[in-house]
Design a protein around this ligand. Structure first.
Ligand SMILES: NC(=O)c1ccc[n+]([C@@H]2O[C@H](COP(=O)([O-])OP(=O)(O)OC[C@H]3O[C@@H](n4cnc5c(N)ncnc54)[C@H](OP(=O)(O)O)[C@@H]3O)[C@@H](O)[C@H]2O)c1
Length: 333
């Protein structure tokens, strides 16, 4: 029997979530049954898609269940096992709970390769789900070619910072849009973006005209809303728009209505395609090898925004919508 703290899903938010939508409890987990493992959390992930799981209704993933622990990406250590695939001491990555300990049947979990152990939290970021999202969205849908202009919104975050660096590796001119001076100087000075736009300062359309004098060939959209309207107004013939995320809309009570953008697609024979990273599940191995290889070679840099302590997980999650982070937010338990 193991004592654990857990964060339960307490109520469905309207608009921006608050701490009241979660409940912190202490409980005792039942003894392990055959086929189960007990995992001690090391790092927990907070991700924007989790906001969607707080709503009821049809989506590509089931809504969170009220009064149940919140399932999330995490890295943990197996401390007890009655499962043939896992042994005590194994590090695992995949779905666990926002909790100190998770009882699992192993579904959705894989062993963390030994080479990743010293940088285990990267399995939640640059070499994990956000990195995979950047890799497939940019290379498979964006298909950037050397010399083209690539614009990425949410550029200083977990996905965006990887997108920009992979686009640079393809020989593109890369413009990052982010909310704040520090984020922009990080992108330009440390990640070698060619130009950046702080969308919280000045008129985004004027800034885009200055940063993209030759228009936009690839737009990797993490945010939606007015930023996206402004970029799409500037696409070139044959442009590709990668619809990865719409974080500006996740907390809206009512659908945001903007200009009708299809005319820009039509006039420019452009492609706009949404995707979910799991569409590429069959090819995850290829991407993890590429991403972790680039990290080891120093070609792909990353920062993490590390929040200490399970008790601060909810605030870390809310921080995604305040724009607290440069790079991936992880909670160190
Ligand atoms: N399609 C997929 O399979 C998939 C997979 C992973 C992630 N995503 C999506 O990709 C996007 C980025 O995810 P991430 O994990 O890398 O998060 P992230 O970028 O690390 O963190 C979220 C960032 O979004 C920005 N933001 C928050 N509210 C905003 C608003 N109203 N307008 C503009 N920007 C806002 C903030 O940066 P600023 O300070 O710059 O505003 C914040 O730091 C999200 O939309 C997410 O849902 C999609």
């Amino acid at each position: 029997m193991t004592r654990t703290r857990q964060i339960l899903f307490a109520s469905r938010p309207r608009g921006m979530p608050t701490p009241d939508n979660f409940r912190f409890v202490e409980t005792v987990l039942p003894p392990l049954r055959d086929g189960q493992i007990l995992i001690k959390s090391l790092f927990l992930s907070v991700d924007p898609y989790m906001r969607g799981r707080m709503n009821e209704g049809k989506s590509y993933i089931e809504p969170f269940v009220l009064n149940e622990p919140i399932p999330a990406g995490g890295v943990g250590e197996v401390v007890e096992s009655k499962h043939e695939r896992f042994a005590p001491g194994d590090l695992v990555v995949g779905l666990i709970h926002w909790a100190d300990y998770t009882l699992s049947n192993g579904e959705g979990l894989s062993k963390l390769p030994a080479i990743m152990a010293p940088i285990a939290s990267a399995a939640l970021g640059v070499a994990g789900m956000p990195g995979l999202t950047a890799y497939f969205g940019l290379l498979d849908i964006g298909r950037p070619r050397a010399g083209e202009t690539v614009v990425v919104s949410g550029a200083a975050g977990a996905v965006g910072s990887v997108v920009g660096q992979i686009a640079k590796m393809q020989g593109c001119r890369v413009i990052g849009i982010a909310g704040g001076k520090d984020k922009c100087s990080y992108l330009q000075n440390e990640l070698s973006f060619d130009a950046t736009i702080n969308y919280k300062d000045g008129d985004i359309r004027t800034s885009l005209d200055a940063a993209c004098p030759n228009g936009v060939d690839v737009y990797f959209d993490n945010v939606g809303g007015d930023i996206t309207d402004a970029v799409v107004e500037r696409i070139n013939f044959g442009a590709r728009i990668v619809i990865c995320g719409q974080i500006s809309a996740y907390n809206l009570d009512r659908q945001d209505v903007g200009p009708r953008l299809f005319t820009y697609l039509l006039k420019n024979s452009a492609l706009a395609k949404g995707f979910i990273v799991n569409d590429y599940r069959e090819r995850f191995g290829e991407a993890i090898t590429a991403l972790s290889g680039w990290v080891m070679e120093g070609k792909l840099k990353y920062r993490e925004h590390v929040v200490q302590g399970l008790e601060n997980t909810v605030d870390a999650f809310l921080g995604l919508f305040r724009g607290d982070n440069i790079g991936k937010i992880v909670v160190k338990v």
